[in-house]
Design a protein around this ligand. Structure first.
Ligand code: GAL
Length: 674
C-alpha cells in the first residue's frame, strides 16, 4: 500500500512554512518532477497543537487533500522531535540535561528528555490525535515517527530509569559490580541509589558504566518510538510505520536492534566528504541499510515489497540535492552527482530516493540547507536535475530483487561505543572507521559487499570481514566458529575479540575470544603516532596500530619490516575446520588493503561484480528470478567503456557490446543472459 509500483521520489515537505498560494505552485512543480511521496509535518507540532489539547488540523487537511488530488502520497510524520514552546514552559523538568549537568533550553529542536513521562505523554497525545484524524486518509502511505532519534539526557528521571534498566540487566549489585569491575579505584556500589548516569567526572570514567548507559539509552529512545508506533498501528494496521535513522557513530542508537521494530528501514544519508569519499560513504551507508533491513519487523505488511525473501526493501528517506556539509563549509554537488548518489542507493535496494527538503526556507536555522526547489526557484540547475531524476526513477520502476554480494562485513554498535571510551591504548581507534576502511578496500576492488551484525545468517557469503570488533561475547565466538568450520573465510582485523560484552579484557593474550580460531597470540600492542607508519615485507605500508604477534598454528603471510617488530608476523592465515581465518594486526594503507582484499577474495573464490569494469567505475547488480540489472557508475573524470550487453534503461537503448559512460555518468542495464 505504501508503494504504488513506482520507486518513491520526493522529500520533506513543509507547507506550514509557506502561504497557501505557494502550495499550488508546489503541487504543480512536484507533478513536473514526478514526485510521488512527501514527508509532511515533521516539525509542525506547534502549528498542529498551538496550546495543550487544542488542535488546528485545517491546514493539514487541505494539504493532504491537495496532494491526494495530485496523486502524491504522504509519509505523515509525528512532530515529536520539536516540542512547542508551551510544552517546555509547562514542563521545565522535561528539558534535557547534559553530562555536565547543564539543563538546555528551548530555542532549537530536540529539546526534550525521552525518559520523562511528561514528554512521552505529550508525544503520545499528538501522535494519537494525528492517527485519529488521518489513519484512513487516502493519501497516507506511511507513518514517519519523529525525526532522527539521536538525543541524550542525564536528568534525575533518566538516572532513575537507568537504575531500573540495570536491575533487569544485572539482576543484583554483585552482577553489576562484577561486570563493571568496580573493584578498580574502589568504585564498588552497595546500593542502587548510588548509581547515576555517567555524568562529567574528575578523570577517566568506568567503561562498563559508559557502555551500559549507551545500551540503556538506545532502549529508552526505542521505547519512545514504540509508544507511538503501537498506537499508529492500532489505528490502521495496513499502514507501515517507520522512523528515519541518522547515521554517524555519535548516534546513541543500536540501529540493528531497532530494525526489528520498524516496518521499513529508512535512513538519512549526508556524506561528509565532497570528493570520492562521498561515493564510498554512499555505498557503505546503503550496504548498512540493507543489512539492517534484514532485521525489519516480521509483521511487515505485505505492502512493503521484499527485495528478496530474506532482504526486504529499505528507503533512503533523506539526502541532499546539492550541498554536502564538509568541514567548515557547504560544498555544492557537481552536476550529475544527485542522480549518481540517488541511483547508487537504488542499486543497493532502496525503494526510491527522498530528500531534505522540497523547498528552501526563507529563514530559520537551516535557511541555507539544500532543497529540490532552491532559493533561486525552479529556474535553476538543481530543479532541472530534480526533474531529470524523477524521469530516471520512473524508467527504473522494473528494477527489483536482491543485491549481489559475496563479502559480508561485521558491524556492531556496542563495539563502536566502546572504542570511543577514554583510556584505550590509542585515541585513533574507531570501529566505524575500521569498517569504512575495510569496505573501501573491497568496494574499490569491485566486490559486492553486505553488512551483517553478529548472529546474522551468513549463507551465501564466502568471505566475512571482522574489522575491529572489539567486544566479542561467547555467542559471537560461536557464530564465527560455526561459519569458519562450515568452510567460510574470515578476515579479522586488530582489536577484534579483545574484550567481552562488558568491555572487560579477555586474558591470556589478545585477541582473547578469537586466539584459537585465528591460531595466533598477541602479547603486546604498539599503537602508532599520527605521523608514523610501519612497513611490511611484502612492500605494503600500514598505520595506527601494530602488535607483537606470535603464531600458534597460523602461517605467516606478511611480516613487519624494520623497527622493533622487524621480521615479526603482521598478517597471518590459519586453516580452521573447513575454513580459513586471516588475521591483520595493523591497519593497512589503502593500496595495501586493496591488495589484501584481492588476495583474500581470490582465496575465498569471490569474483568482482563486473570483472571487466575499469578502475573508477562502480558496478552493482540486482537480481530477481532470472532477470538481472547491472548498475554502472563512472566516478572518474574521464570517459569509460565497460563491456556489457542488454537494454540500457535510462536511455532506452539496446547495448550489444559495451556501454560508454561519460565522466560522472550512470547506466542501468537489464542484462541479457548469455
Ligand atoms: C537531517 C535532518 C533534517 C535536516 C537535515 C539538514 O539530518 O533530519 O531535519 O536537519 O539533516 O541537512
Amino acid at each position: 500500500m505504501w508503494t504504488d509500483g513506482r520507486l518513491c521520489y520526493g522529500g520533506d515537505y513543509n507547507p506550514e512554512q509557506w502561504p497557501a498560494q505557494v502550495w499550488t505552485e508546489d503541487i504543480a512543480l512536484m507533478r513536473q518532477a514526478k514526485v510521488n511521496l512527501v514527508t509532511v509535518g515533521v516539525f509542525a507540532w506547534s502549528r498542529l497543537e498551538p496550546a495543550p489539547g487544542r488542535y488546528t488540523f485545517g491546514w493539514l487537511d487541505e494539504v493532504l487533500d491537495l496532494l491526494h488530488g495530485a496523486g502524491i502520497r504522504v509519509a505523515l510524520a509525528t512532530p515529536t522531535a520539536s516540542p512547542p514552546p508551551w510544552f517546555s514552559l509547562a514542563h521545565p523538568g522535561a528539558l534535557p540535561v547534559t553530562a555536565d549537568g547543564v539543563r538546555l533550553h528551548h530555542g532549537s529542536r530536540d529539546t526534550y528528555c525521552a525518559a520523562t513521562p511528561a514528554y512521552r505523554q505529550a508525544a503520545r497525545r499528538i501522535a494519537a490525535a494525528l492517527a485519529d484524524r488521518y489513519a484512513e486518509h487516502p493519501a497516507l502511505a506511511l507513518w514517519h515517527v519523529h525525526n532522527e532519534y539521536g538525543t541524550i539526557c542525564h536528568c534525575e528521571q533518566t538516572a532513575r530509569e537507568f537504575r531500573r534498566w540495570l536491575r533487569t540487566r544485572h539482576g543484583d549489585l554483585t552482577g553489576l559490580n562484577d561486570a563493571w569491575v568496580t573493584s578498580f579505584w574502589g568504585q564498588h556500589y552497595s546500593d542502587w541509589a548510588q548509581i547515576s548516569t555517567p555524568r562529567a567526572t574528575q578523570y577517566l570514567p568506568n567503561p562498563g558504566h559508559l557502555l551500559d548507559f549507551r545500551r540503556f539509552w538506545s532502549d529508552t529512545l526505542l521505547a519512545a518510538y514504540t509508544d507511538q508506533r503501537d498506537l499508529l498501528r492500532a489505528a490502521n494496521p495496513a499502514v507501515p510505520v517507520t522512523t528515519n535513522y541518522v547515521l554517524g557513530d555519535w548516534v546513541p542508537v543500536d540501529h540493528a536492534r531497532w530494525a526489528a521494530e520498524v516496518d521499513l528501514v529508512a535512513i538519512d544519508h549526508y556524506p561528509s566528504a565532497a570528493d570520492g569519499g562521498a561515493e564510498e560513504q554512499t555505498a557503505l551507508a546503503a550496504d548498512l541499510a540493507r543489512g539492517w533491513a534484514r532485521h525489519a519487523s516480521a509483521r511487515r505488511p505485505p505492502a512493503v515489497p521484499a527485495a528478496t525473501a530474506s532482504t526486504p526493501a529499505w528507503l533512503l528517506m533523506e539526502s541532499a540535492p546539492s550541498q554536502i556539509h564538509t568541514a567548515g563549509r557547504m560544498h555544492s554537488k557537481e552536476p550529475g552527482r544527485m542522480l549518481r548518489h540517488s541511483l547508487a542507493h537504488v542499486a543497493r535496494g532502496s525503494h526510491g530516493a527522498m530528500f531534505f527538503q522540497w523547498r528552501a526556507p526563507v529563514g530559520g536555522a537551516e535557511r541555507f540547507h539544500t532543497a529540490l526547489v532552491p532559493h533561486a526557484g525552479p529556474d535553476s540547475r538543481v530543479f532541472r536535475e530534480t526533474v531529470e531524476l524523477g524521469a530516471a526513477l520512473e524508467r527504473l520502476a522494473e528494477v527489483r530483487g536482491g543485491v549481489e554480494a559475496s563479502v559480508a562485513l561485521t558491524v556492531d554498535a556496542a563495539s563502536g561505543w566502546a572504542l570511543r571510551h577514554p583510556g584505550l591504548p590509542s585515541t585513533r581507534l574507531d570501529h566505524h572507521l575500521e569498517l569504512a576502511a575495510a569496505h573501501r578496500a573491497f568496494w574499490r576492488a569491485g566486490y559486492g559487499c553486505a553488512t551483517v551484525t553478529p548472529g546474522d545468517p551468513l549463507d551465501g557469503y564466502r568471505l566475512l570481514v571482522v574489522p575491529a570488533l572489539y567486544l566479542v561475547d561467547d555467542a559471537t565466538t560461536d557464530w564465527l566458529r560455526e561459519y569458519l568450520h562450515g568452510g567460510g573465510h574470515l578476515l579479522v582485523t586488530y582489536l577484534s575479540g579483545t574484550a567481552d560484552e562488558h568491555a572487560r579484557v579477555r586474558l591470556g593474550g589478545y585477541p582473547g575470544a578469537l586466539r584459537d580460531l585465528l591460531g595466533v597470540r598477541v602479547e603486546e600492542f604498539h599503537p602508532l603516532a599520527d605521523d608514523e607508519h610501519v612497513r611490511l615485507r611484502d612492500g605494503g605500508t600500514a598505520r595506527i596500530w601494530s602488535e607483537t604477534l606470535r603464531v600458534a598454528g597460523a602461517q605467516v603471510v606478511s611480516s613487519y619490516a624494520g623497527g622493533v617488530l622487524d621480521a615479526m608476523p603482521a598478517v597471518t592465515r590459519h586453516r580452521s575446520g573447513a575454513g580459513t581465518a586471516w588475521y591483520v594486526s595493523t591497519r593497512p594503507d589503502d593500496a595495501t588493503y586493496r591488495r589484501l582484499a584481492d588476495t583474500t577474495a581470490r582465496a575465498a573464490g569471490v569474483v568482482p561484480v563486473c570483472p571487466a569494469a575499469p578502475d573508477g567505475v562502480e558496478a552493482v547488480r540486482r537480481r530477481h528470478a532470472d532477470v538481472s540489472w547491472l548498475f554502472l557508475f563512472n566516478h572518474s573524470d574521464r570517459q569509460q567503456r565497460v563491456p556489457a550487453r542488454g537494454m540500457e534503461l535510462l536511455s532506452a537503448t539496446p547495448v550489444e557490446a559495451a556501454v560508454t559512460l561519460p565522466p560522472g555518468g550512470v547506466a542501468v542495464l537489464r542484462e541479457k543472459a548469455d
